[in-house]
Design a protein around this ligand. Structure first.
Ligand code: PLP
Length: 286
């Protein structure tokens, strides 16, 4: 089911599952817009949210409450590009009777199909790679028929349909998804290796760059790391001067077009997180 944006898809998928009095469990470093939706808007409807580290299955298991009805996961986290143990987390959620929704925006179906790992629903911000040309705002909800049917009713009731022209643009962009993603992955790995060798860079985050997450990247993403590379500049670096110094890579608040762009998560995608949480999950100004 298509929706007007990734956030509309996430809203529809979550409201298709949870009702007042129930709770959502999600990773600590969830996308800032989702964090805001859960903590501010859904909270007003009497829906609770708990956060846990998605890389630690035991800690995640301890965060379940008797009211936990939905487990919301992301295939590749933003911005630290962690690939959590999704099969284990989905199995755990199912064992506890929760519905699993996975935001697969960063991986896309080219790299990962979370429905095959036990997710009930998958959501995408089609604004990103699915449409792929930075000219569309769209979202999709995919998965079990009865849940998608409920999501469709919510999309209609809240008036967050995808408009016909954007649907057409998104469908057109989708035709080249596999070609774009293959090239993105190739370029991103080269860029990650290049950045890792720069003295001004304290750390590079890219799935599969180090053996730390090699096994998960092989089993969950088919050995490919995706289109995004994150890096941390050395502490004390003048971050503004870094951005001003870029000659042709544009600083943008979004991502996933066909050109190389750069973004600053602390002041864009993750600005909705309170500063202390932002720091705790590793999203610093650098
Ligand atoms: C992982 C992820 N999910 C959802 C969204 C929201 O998508 P949209 O901007 O299409 O509402 C974004 C946007 O940046 C995102 O990065």
């Amino acid at each position: 089911m298509a929706a007007a944006s990734g956030m509309a898809a996430i809203l529809a998928a979550t409201l298709a599952v949870v009702k007042p009095g129930e709770r959502i469990l999600c990773p600590e470093e969830v996308y800032g817009g989702t964090y805001h939706l859960f903590t501010h808007e859904l909270a007003r409807l009497g829906i609770g949210v708990d956060f846990a580290p998605a890389n630690d299955v035991d800690a995640f298991a301890r965060a379940f409450t008797p009211e936990t009805r939905l487990v919301f996961l992301e295939t590749i986290s933003n911005p630290l590009l962690r690939v959590p143990p999704l099969k284990e987390l989905a199995a755990l959620a199912r064992e506890r009777g929760a519905v699993v929704v996975v935001d697969n925006t960063f991986a896309t179906p080219y790299l990962a199909r979370p429905l095959e790992w036990g997710a009930h629903l998958v959501v995408h911000s089609a604004t990103k790679f699915l449409a792929g040309h930075s000219d569309v705002t769209a979202g999709v909800v995919v998965g079990e028929r009865h849940l998608v049917k409920r999501a469709r009713e919510i999309i209609a009731a809240y008036g967050c349909h995808l408009n016909p022209f954007e649907a057409w643009l998104a469908a057109r962009g989708l035709k080249t998804l596999s070609v774009r993603m293959a090239r993105h992955c190739e370029n991103a790995m080269r860029m990650a290796r290049w950045l890792a060798a720069r003295p001004a860079v304290a750390r590079v985050y890219y799935p599969g760059l180090s053996e730390d997450d090699g096994e998960r990247v092989r089993t969950l993403l088919g050995g490919r790391g995706g289109a995004l590379v994150t890096f941390r500049l050395r502490e004390g670096t003048d971050v503004g001067a870094f951005f001003r110094g870029l000659s042709w890579i544009k600083l943008v608040p979004t991502l996933a077009g066909v050109e190389t762009t750069v973004a600053h998560p602390a002041s864009t995608s993750h600005r909705a997180l309170p500063p202390a949480r932002r720091r705790a999950v590793g999203v610093t100004d650098e």
